[in-house]
Design a binder for this molecule. Structure first.
Ligand SMILES: C[S@@+](CC[C@H](N)C(=O)[O-])C[C@H]1O[C@@H](n2cnc3c(N)ncnc32)[C@H](O)[C@@H]1O
Length: 223
């Protein structure tokens, strides 16, 4: 099935951002945290960059689990960052180690090679040019940095899209069902992401399916 890009890259509509922030992504977020901890060999420390952080559920989960971790969480949508700010301010212990940054990627102002871990969940399919993701990973990751980029994988057919929406979003608000559907059409396949990594020269990163609807790129940047 052909890819259909997202109507908008940023999630800057407040209704859309609120529906996303209120939804329960605990299963996918838990999978992402497991992949990241697996890649890092357990304990995460140093500086982590989260690209397309949304309402900051993942940065908060990571900061709670890893007391030595400092996180820069980047998003280009002020509406989403307002919700992230509220979530972070509500957490007295972990929230203080998360810095929110409003930046539209590609952003050359991010610290070059400043991060021991580069993470991103569910951003890749939003990007009109996926090379932006891999340029940012290569620019910001320190030598040997752990990298985990997880996203939806585009199903083979519209029927398969409909089945996933029915399975995972049947009780969700209409705006969220629409967004999930758009995201599945906009997602990349494992083969497309392999080609993106080749073009970016990121030969140490590998991509595989990690659930019935998610792919993940994992590995380390060269030393
Ligand atoms: C589907 S949300 C994922 C949020 C979060 N990572 C999570 O897993 O819950 C994608 C986020 O990426 C942001 N985004 C999309 N394109 C972007 C760009 N070019 N630069 C910065 N942020 C972007 C959107 O505003 C949105 O908040």
């Amino acid at each position: 099935m052909q890819r259909t890009p997202e109507p908008d890259e940023l999630m800057d509509d407040m209704e859309q951002a609120l529906a996303y922030a209120r939804a329960d992504f605990s299963e996918a977020n838990g999978l992402f945290v497991d992949l990241l901890e697996g890649a890092a060999g357990g304990e995460l420390n140093g500086r982590l960059l989260d690209l397309g952080c949304g309402p900051a559920d993942i940065p908060l989960a990571l900061a709670r689990r890893h007391p030595a971790l400092r996180i820069d969480a980047v998003d280009g949508a002020p509406a989403m960052l307002d919700l992230a700010r509220q979530n972070i301010d509500a957490d007295d212990t972990a929230g203080g180690r998360i810095q929110l940054m409003c930046a539209y990627l590609p952003c050359p102002d991010l610290p070059a090679h400043g991060y021991q871990t580069v993470a991103s969940n569910s951003l890749l399919h939003h990007l009109a040019d996926p090379a932006v993701m891999w340029q940012t990973v290569a620019l910001c990751g320190a030598p040997g940095a752990a990298v985990v980029v997880m996203d939806l994988a585009r199903p083979a057919s519209e029927l398969a899209v409909d089945a996933l929406v029915e399975t995972y979003a049947i009780d969700e608000a209409e705006v969220l069902r629409r967004d999930f559907r758009n995201s599945l059409f906009a997602a990349y396949t494992v083969g497309e992401v392999e080609a993106q990594l080749q073009s970016a020269g990121l030969h140490t990163l590998t991509v595989s399916m990690v659930s019935d609807r998610h792919l993940a790129v994992c590995g380390f940047l060269p030393h």
